[in-house]
Design a protein around this ligand. Structure first.
Ligand SMILES: [Zn+2]
Length: 183
């Protein structure tokens, strides 16, 4: 066995991480949600972005919205991160068509895709996690659907739903664009 000589700082960090993991486990238990279904939330909180996860029994997506609250007078603010988890999601309706370039984590290049501007989404279970950098809290609550999203959150949902259904959009690539010199 190796003999690690932990400094006080390392020990403090390890202790905090251990308690954080225990609190995470307890939160999942208290929410009464299948641990697998919570995975996209943990990924979104720890690594950022939107995530989807699928097993034989369930499908789940987590979409992240960033809301900056800035006080002009004090010149201070913070960016709240709201992660909404949908367990076995169901798209109620979509509206609009937006052309945009997207980079998926599983691909090497950005692709030109079409996304809806509005998405109405429902699910068997919906959990919202709000990470507040100002209070250093992560507030969890169960909410009722359906929910309406627009813009970036709608694009994210559409992207993750594609991963779940397996019909991933094969769009056009940047090298199919044409440069045009003006003036
Ligand atoms: Zn993706």
């Amino acid at each position: 066995m190796e003999n690690h000589d932990y400094s006080n700082l390392d020990y403090d960090k390890l202790k905090k991480q251990l308690f954080f993991n225990l609190a995470e486990k307890k939160a999942i238990k208290d929410l009464n949600i299948q641990p697998d279904a919570f995975i996209p939330v943990l990924f979104s909180l720890k690594f950022g972005g939107d995530w989807s996860f699928k097993t034989q029994k369930l499908a789940a997506i987590a979409v992240k919205e960033k809301i900056t609250r800035y006080n002009e007078e004090e010149g201070e603010g913070y960016t709240l991160e709201r992660v909404t988890l949908f367990v076995n999601p169901q798209v109620i309706s979509t509206q609009g068509k937006v052309l945009r370039l997207e980079k998926c984590g599983t691909k090497n290049e950005r692709e030109l895709v079409e996304r809806p501007f509005y998405v109405e989404l429902d699910a068997e279970d919906i959990i919202q996690a709000e990470l507040n950098p100002s209070t250093m809290t992560i507030i969890l609550k169960r909410i009722k659907g359906p929910l309406n999203f627009e813009g970036p959150a709608a694009y994210g949902i559409s992207h993750e739903i594609e991963h779940l259904t397996g019909c991933e959009y094969t769009g056009k690539f940047i090298w199919e664009f044409k440069y045009k010199l003006e003036g």
